[in-house]
Write a protein that binds this ligand. Structure first.
Ligand code: ADP
Ligand code: MG
Length: 879
């Protein structure tokens, strides 16, 4: 059936439903029959796919070749060990990826949207996935349409279908059946499509198609969304490719030199392959995904829900946080503190009622239920509640002066109007920003404008939100009900001053931001003076150089002029949502990394364009949430800052394990490559290298992901999002530490051979292994020594090191291990020597930290003052 051609009643009959909705039993039957209202996800991996994914890995293939070579040269024993390692490796990879998938799934469940439906005549919230054909959904501005629907009732409904049809602009929707004919999607005016958003009005509609049967689903089968690769993963991918080439070259060189020296080629080949494996950071990209997914899980516990994985990684790079004021920096608990009445204004038709209080009670969308709970926007509630406390209750007054029409509030006009029937005519009541009303006053009152402005500004300067009221009487309801026609020629009645206290935790968060080199910026529709007063209370403005800019002032600036000041502006007042986009672009042009909050439909473009778009979880619309990378579950500014702190920790830890694993690889390569050049026998067997790669690199490497925040992580400037992994001397660190590990191992080998010790190979193996464990412990912090961190502050690391040591001792001291790994039992003295030598790596890294830290203190560019531009190196991303 073509639902757009049929009248609503026929559609209902076809879908076997009623305007009151389905009953619960039918709904669950249909859910079973039609499946969930969800787009199939091509990336949802089955367990088998996960397993296969582990095996289809270059390293695994290389290992299998190595196993084959071992069998060929009659080293079956090595082949078993290699196979065991393949299995173990796949197992660890599988467990990690499975956990990451589960963490992501949990996040997606949290982020799942809900829809209002009528079931058995009762309105209720159900998860969007549970919608079935025939359901009756209630929709309003800010909703994303949850399925394909046929409207049965609409009120000023407008839908943005650009996500589906590509055509921008709003489509007005209606209920009537269309005359028979052919209509493209965009012209089926009585249908709404899954994934499009309602920008205005409200509607009731029948669900006609769900899941993959929707128009969106039909497209989704053609273009599956690409799997996300985070910036860091991309960089690691490139790095991996380069290293593979290098590894193969090193392996080939090793093999060639060995052959020339007349070593048996079979052994050489095995070691060459192992060498190549040692150099490949194969596991890194997967490890990054795992840390990001687990990090997102942690973030959710602190009320920040991540919708996009790459945002976890880049959170720590934020340099500007542009945030809404009301509700995020303040408590959104509005209270009327005072009223000012313009003396001697009387409205005829109200008998001897107070005109201002009547306006407070009538011009409102707030209401209260039977339990005396107030419902509605906090500003509206505060005003209506105040009027009610003065015996001007909305229901009683509205019974006498019924509302005939209204012009709803919008954040561009910054006012709203209601029209009421009175015995003397139609009463027009407008309330809104005082500035919006000034221009519309009667000629007679224009004279007292200076006085009014002065009074309003005095209130605003104390941090009050001022709402002004105007009124006029018309003989009848005007035909033209647009703001331009109605909101004119008003008589100023007076104004109300509302207080909305700042959040205490926001003040601390602002201070934390500034210490971390992040600049908090307030964006509000409120009066300039109100905004400034609150920004000062919160510490957002603390000096004269920090500017307040209003929307109109912003409009007057051209691009170069705005670019010149944008980094100094701390407060934007009287802006409308469209200007948020301009602010973002100007900051980004200055290479700033911008987080931006938003809640409304018209914030969506800003949320998409910000480097990190943040939607409000409580007060935000679905449209805003879908456009955002992160959702604030508690709408609290402090949560953004906490999320940045987590982001920095997660990124730090990823860098730590990259450094750890790469330094280890350099150590192994140095050992294998240089020993023969120094005239020593090949230090290790292939299985030793594999063991170190899997166990010694793997276990402590993972534990680094559990490292708590560095003490100073919020007292240093942000890291540029595209900064290379090797910046900041990290490349030298990896090289230096790797060389040290390698030289110690070769030194051990040379010394014990000179001493005539038969166990030289096991001793070198042990040094290589234990020195990396020392590195793991020392690398936990970039600045602090292990002694001030304490061993217990990262228990997984302690466990990983203990386990690695135990396993290593097992393969040295248990006869089975000796046979499998060709190791020898070390005497106590030998073990002591290896331990002492291995610990040098730990001491060296601790010493390096001490030196760098000392110097760091001496030149400490302590907390970057917020007014100063950040150092170029930290903010400029290489092209
Ligand atoms: P914010 O960015 O602080 O949320 P809004 O866009 O909500 O600001 O409000 C901007 C201005 O519009 C306010 O300063 C106030 O003057 C006016 N205003 C806010 N809410 C209403 C309302 N419900 N009715 C009329 N005017 C309002
Ligand atoms: Mg608001």
């Amino acid at each position: 059936m073509d639902y757009y051609l049929a009248p609503v009643a026929d559609v209902a009959a076809e879908l076997a439903t009623l305007p009151a909705g389905l009953d619960a039993a039918t709904a669950s039957q249909r859910l079973a029959a039609h499946g969930p209202n969800r787009l199939a996800d091509a990336h949802q991996k089955t367990i088998w796919q996960l397993v296969l994914h582990q095996l289809a890995d270059v390293m695994i293939l290389v290992l299998l070749v190595a196993a084959g070579v071992s069998v060929l040269i009659g080293e079956a024993k090595s082949a078993y060990v290699i196979l065991a390692i393949v299995v173990l490796n796949a197992l660890i990879g599988f467990v990690q990826e499975y956990r990451a998938d589960k963490a992501m799934e949990a996040l997606q469940k949290m982020a799942a949207s809900h829809a209002q439906v009528l079931r058995g005549g009762q309105a209720q919230q159900v998860p969007t996935a549970d919608l079935v054909p025939g359901d009756v959904v209630l929709l309003e501005a800010g909703n994303v349409i949850p399925a394909d629907v046929r409207f049965l009732e609409t009120h000023a409904l407008k839908v943005d279908e650009s996500s589906l049809t590509g055509e921008s602009g709003n489509v007005e929707k209606s209920v009537a059946a269309l005359p028979v004919g052919e209509y493209p999607l965009g012209d089926r005016l009585n249908l709404g499509y899954k994934g499009t958003s309602i920008t205005n009005g409200r509607a009731t509609a029948y669900v006609v198609a769900t899941g993959m049967k929707t128009e969106l689903g039909k497209i989704a089968t053609l273009i599956q969304t690409a799997e996300v690769v985070t910036p860091l993963q991309k960089r690691l991918g490139t790095l991996g490719k380069r290293l593979s080439v290098a590894a193969l070259a090193v392996g080939a060189l090793f093999f060639g030199v060995g052959c020339l020296r007349g070593e048996p080629w079979e052994n050489l080949l095995l070691v060459a392959i192992s060498l190549a494996i040692a150099a490949l950071p194969e596991a890194l990209p997967a490890l990054v995904t795992v840390s990001l997914a687990l990090g997102a899980g942690r973030l959710m516990k602190s009320h920040a829900l991540m919708r996009k994985l790459p945002a976890v990684e880049t959170l720590g790079s934020v340099t500007y946080i542009c945030t809404d004021k009301t509700g995020t920096l303040t408590l959104n608990q509005m209270t009327v503190e005072a009223l000012y009445e313009v003396p001697a204004v009387k409205m005829e038709g109200l008998a001897d009622r107070n005109a201002l209080l009547t306006a407070l009670a009538l011009n409102t969308d707030a209401s209260h239920d039977t339990q005396n709970h107030w419902l509605g926007d906090s500003t509206e509630v505060a005003l209506a509640r105040y009027a009610a406390s003065k015996d001007y209750a909305r229901p009683a007054l509205e019974a006498q002066f019924p509302r005939l029409a209204e012009l709803p509030f919008d954040s561009e006009r910054k006012c709203m109007t209601t029209l009421h029937q009175t015995p003397q005519g139609v009463l027009v009541l407008t309330k809104g920003a005082a500035g919006s009303l000034y221009k519309q006053l009667t000629a007679r009152q224009q004279g007292s404008l200076a006085d009014l402005t002065w009074r309003v500004d005095a209130q605003a300067a104390q941090g009050y939100r001022v709402l002004a009221y105007g009124a006029k009487m018309l003989p009848e309801l005007p035909a033209d009900l647009t703001p331009a026609a109605v909101e004119t020629n008003l008589t100023f009645l007076g104004f109300a001053s509302l207080i909305d206290p700042p959040r205490e935790e926001a003040r601390q968060a602002v201070a934390e931001c500034k210490a971390a080199g992040i600049i908090p910026v307030m964006i509000t529709g409120d009066h300039k003076l109100t905004a400034k007063a609150i920004a000062e209370k919160l510490g957002i403005i603390s000096s004269k150089e920090e500017l307040v800019l209003t929307g109109p002032e912003l409009t007057a600036l051209d691009e170069p002029a705005f670019a010149a000041v944008v980094e100094k502006v701390r407060v934007y007042a009287r802006v409308d949502p469209a200007q948020k986009l301009r602010i973002i672009h100007a900051l980004q042009a200055r290479h700033q990394f911008v987080a931006m909050t938003g809640d409304g439909v018209n914030d969506a473009p800003a949320l998409k364009n910000a480097d990190i778009g943040i939607a409000m979880g409580i007060n935000g619309t679905e449209v805003a949430k879908e456009a955002a990378a992160m959702i604030l579950l508690d709408d609290n500014f402090a949560t953004i800052v906490a999320a940045v702190r987590h982001g920095r920790r997660i990124y730090d830890n990823i860098l730590k394990f990259i450094r750890y694993i790469l330094a280890g690889s350099v150590g192994e390569i140095t050992t294998l490559f240089f020993a023969p050049l120094l005239g020593l026998p090949i230090t290790l067997l292939a299985i030793h290298i594999l063991w170190i790669n899997l166990i010694t690199d793997g276990l402590p490497g993972l534990a680094l992901a559990y490292e708590p925040s560095e003490k100073h992580s919020m007292q240093r400037p942000p890291v540029a999002p595209r900064q290379t992994i090797f910046a900041d001397g990290l490349g030298w660190f990896i090289l230096g530490v790797g060389l040290l590990v390698g030289l110690l191992t070769i030194g051990m080998q040379a010394w014990s051979i000179r001493q005539g010790l038969l166990h030289w190979q096991t001793m070198a193996f042990t040094v290589l292994c234990f020195s990396q464990l020392g590195l793991a412990l020392a690398i936990r912090s970039r600045r602090e020594s292990l002694f001030s961190l304490g061993l217990l502050s990262n228990k997984p690391m302690l466990g990983a090191v203990a386990l690695t040591v135990a396993l290593h001792l097992l393969i040295i001291y248990v006869p089975f291990g000796n046979r499998l790994f060709s190791t020898q039992r070390l005497t106590l003295a030998e073990l002591g020597v290896t331990l002492a030598l291995s610990s040098l790596v730990f001491w060296a890294v601790e010493l390096q930290k001490l030196i760098v830290w000392r110097r760091g203190v001496a030149i400490a560019p302590q907390p970057t003052p917020a007014t100063q531009p950040l150092p170029k190196s930290a903010t400029l991303a290489p092209a």
